[in-house]
Design a protein around this ligand. Sequence first.
Ligand code: SF4
Ligand code: SF4
Ligand code: SF4
Length: 501
Amino acid sequence: MAVNYLYPEYEAARDNDRCITCRACERQCANGAHEYIAEKDKMVCDDSKCANCHRCVALCPTRALKIVKSGNTYRQNANWSGKIIDEIYRQAGSGGVLLSSMGNPEEYPVYFNKILINASQVTNPSIDPLREPMETRVYLGAKPREIERGVDGKIINNMPPQLRLSMPVMFSAMSYGSISYNAHESLARAAVELGILYNTGEGGLHEDFYKYGANTIVQVASGRFGVHPAYLNSGAAVEIKMGQGAKPGIGGHLPGTKIVGDVSRTRMIPEGSDAISPAPHHDIYSIEDLRQLVYSLKEATNYAKPVIVKIAAVHNVTVIASGIARSGADIIAIDGFRGGTGAAPTRIRDHVGIPIELALAGVDKRLRDEGIRDNVSIVVGGSIRSSADIIKAIALGADSVYIGTAALIALGCHLCRSCQTGKCNWGVATQAPELVKRLNPDIGYERLVNLLSAWQHEIKEMMGGMGINSIESLKGNRLMLRGVGLNEKELDILGIKHAGE
Ligand code: SF4
Ligand code: SF4
Ligand code: SF4
């Protein structure tokens, strides 16, 4: 008999006194964990199939279900944790690379949690955002160094193309294929309603979504899936994806099972074929090569749209950003190592890259020191979780942030981290029609608008508390931040003082 080395990580604990055998849990679990046993008139669960997505818990009408961490433990060992042992068993069984989704769950420092925001007291009084104007609008793109005037004294408008956002937030790149049609529709409609932008990711743009073009960033990645002139011209900006925080240094892979119907047509690849983006762009090996692509895309879009270059936050990110700021790009997007993804090798996701807070502070400082900060706007992403994170990111030098995981959570994602299976029970990261329809785009869109409207209120309140009435005045204003429990080096890189100083 084959030995089963792996035990379920979670168990479905059912209160049989409450269970009315309605079988809703059986219908809701795409993993087939729950089953009705007719002879016993009883529900049972195969815990090994449970991804802990909470769909059955949320829809059980009698609150009979709980998903609990398995009590099974290996002998205590500080070096060889149960997780490590399980991973070795898994690889010894499969011979394959471990795959995961969403962001890095390991216990690295979250610097946003060690930074506190200032508030005015007595002098430089705070501002009441309910009674005073509070500007959260931002413009992204290269800014002219000086104002030029014509012979008639009038200002010459030499402003490069800009993106206008009602608040310093955008939805980060999530491709159609990795997330569902209904998730994409929710993001696109919310972006329009909020006056911000969403991002196609590398999967092309479904023809139904061209109408949201003014609020769309179209992405060009190494695989060039779905890239053609109409696509490039359909959006408000073009983003070149050089890297991604969840998997720096490697390409992307969407399995052939997800390349069906509209996804295959949108990506312009045959049904059932794996969509593999190479790790590098095969035409980019230097900043000069990148510059060529930046200008090719500007040429293709009649110099009317800003070009964004997205990179992962890695060790020498400040040098890379300095090169990008000289490449003709209008915006640099930096994705930190806690950024989410639909699928990544677990080892890469959990061990490669650096925290976005350090990357951002380092890049902002370097570009200022080199006198080229106005060449580009800086957008950061990689686990921005709240309006407080946004305030801290802006004060560390960002012009705006990207949010991905937070937006998906607003749509119902329960962070079960099994997007790579394509069986998302919440209709977010799946192409299975019966699962996709679980996410109603009318509700999804409304929830995203609610979330960001609430964040906008909070941003105004925090700015008012600091006595600041515009995002522009907060940008790079490190005096508004203090560190707690950080060492000298960390404070130095972040460019902030310790609390009490
Ligand atoms: S959904 Fe709840 S009540 Fe219905 S069968 Fe499952 S555990 Fe029982
Ligand atoms: S995978 Fe989700 S729906 Fe299925 S048993 Fe686990 S928690 Fe319930
Ligand atoms: S998108 Fe779906 S599969 Fe992915 S983590 Fe969220 S709930 Fe799980």
